[in-house]
Design a protein around this ligand. Structure first.
Ligand SMILES: NC(=O)c1ccc[n+]([C@@H]2O[C@H](COP(=O)([O-])OP(=O)(O)OC[C@H]3O[C@@H](n4cnc5c(N)ncnc54)[C@H](O)[C@@H]3O)[C@@H](O)[C@H]2O)c1
Ligand SMILES: N[C@H](CO)Cc1c[nH]c[nH+]1
Ligand SMILES: [Zn+2]
Length: 395
């Protein structure tokens, strides 16, 4: 369905389902494995025999992966690794006023990766979360994913490459609750990473007081800014591609060319909502996109490089005719990207999501003036013992 003008809201937001998801999370917290079994039956119509996938089954499923898909995964593995290795931060140390200080980047001990699997299978997502986790040096990786029938062979193959500890064949909010609080069978983790539908993201939001989360990565979003140099067929394909994720995808085309808008409008098919918007200039188009803060932004214009510095809010940007779907699979940067406006304050998943910065200080020989300034400010705040604890050492 074509709509004219800017969208005023997301097609579906996690905040609309918080009440329902709260109940699911509470049930898993109270009843553990039993709730997981029952909810998987109620919501997914799957009768689980076990909450852990057997290693022999994973091995056997992995063996079924066609050779060319395995080779593609191996090639993509190297490309994603090269990106996350490039941006992995070094531990840094320095000093001032005889204070030695620095930062140690430490990997998380245990991470849970949610791999969506409601409508489609997402082995690519397992790589997008797992590779930066491995590069960061995460101790243990656990995976939760809804499994209808048998495990996807590509998911099995990638899990083996990542040395995943366990795969739990559970999806939805119940999987997130289990990873957050643990059950008799499911290991509680330090952080949950991964995209999913609004139920999955609502659950991540609810448990985020008790476990780390990577943000909100819900239904896919794409804004394309196209000028008269853009190929209407490619633009239509880019929009329909992200529509493949489901009817909740947010799909917007902004153009300064009436001709591009009309041609793309004539090519769009399927039952997604497509928003078509006229901008007077490309700069105005970028401002509109900044207001939306989309997950994916495509600058399909001959001025892409010039416009890039004006982009303030977007999860990932593709330049010129680069297809956004290349980020989804093999370009290098992650496809786990913020949605629902969260691109205003965070970017996509990177190796940083699996690291924490621990700062350290060695001030045994600190400059007296510096110590004195701390003592003065502590006393000003009324924290006299803080002041004395400093003063007694540097007199
Ligand atoms: N932003 C990103 O980085 C990114 C990346 C990949 C995919 N995605 C998005 O992930 C989503 C995947 O969604 P999906 O549904 O295919 O798989 P999913 O695994 O996210 O969700 C499936 C689970 O949802 C639960 N569920 C379904 N209907 C429910 C209901 N009415 N009440 C309670 N629970 C319910 C079920 O338990 C099911 O197991 C898509 O919207 C896609 O756009 C986003
Ligand atoms: N477009 C999704 C991120 O929004 C990622 C994805 C995975 N597979 C296909 N696409
Ligand atoms: Zn996609």
């Amino acid at each position: 369905m074509i709509k004219r003008g800017l969208p005023t809201r997301r097609v579906q937001s996690f905040s609309e389902v918080l009440n329902k998801v709260n109940e699911i999370v509470g049930r898993v917290k109270r009843e553990g494995d039993l709730a997981l079994m029952e909810l998987t039956y109620e919501l997914d119509k799957v009768k689980l025999e076990s909450l852990i996938l057997d290693e022999e089954v994973i091995e056997a499923r992995s063996g079924l992966l066609p050779r060319e898909v395995r080779s593609s995964i191996d090639l993509i593995w190297e490309q994603l690794t090269s990106f996350h290795e490039l941006i992995k931060p070094p531990s840094l140390g320095g000093g001032n006023r005889n204070v030695e200080y620095g930062i140690l980047w430490r990997p998380l001990d245990r991470v849970g990766i949610y791999v969506p699997g409601g409508k489609r299978s997402y082995p690519s997502t397992l790589m997008m979360a797992g590779i930066p986790a491995v590069i960061a040096g995460v101790g243990e990786i656990y995976v939760a994913t809804p499994v209808k029938g048998d495990l996807d062979p590509a998911t099995a193959y990638i899990s083996k490459k990542l040395k995943v500890k366990r795969i739990y064949p559970v999806g939805g909010a119940q999987a997130i609750a289990a990873l957050a609080y643990g059950t008799e069978t499911v290991q509680r983790v330090d952080k949950i990473v991964g995209p999913g539908n609004v139920y999955v993201q609502a659950a991540k939001f609810i448990v985020s007081g008790d476990v780390g989360i990577d943000g909100i990565e819900g239904p896919t979003e794409l804004v394309v800014i196209a000028d008269e140099t853009a190929d209407p067929k490619s633009v239509a394909l880019d929009l329909m591609a992200q529509g493949e994720h489901g009817n909740s995808s947010l799909l917007v085309l902004i153009s300064n060319s009436d001709e591009v808008l009309e041609k793309v409008s004539g090519l769009l098919q399927g039952d997604n909502e497509f928003y078509l918007v006229k901008a007077n200039t490309l700069d105005e188009a970028v401002e509109m996109a900044n207001g939306i803060a989309p997950e994916h932004l495509s600058l399909y214009t001959s001025r892409a490089r010039e416009l890039l510095p004006k982009v303030r809010n977007a999860g990932a940007v593709t330049l010129g005719k680069t297809p956004p779907a290349l980020i989804d699979y093999s370009a290098g940067p992650d496809h786990i990207l913020p949605t629902n406006g969260w691109a205003r304050f965070r970017g996509g998943v990177t190796v940083y999501d699996f690291l924490k910065a621990i700062s350290y200080v060695n001030a045994v020989d600190a400059d007296k003036e510096l110590a004195e300034s701390a003592r003065t400010l502590a006393e000003y705040e009324g924290f006299s013992i803080h002041g004395r604890s400093i003063g007694v050492r540097y007199e």
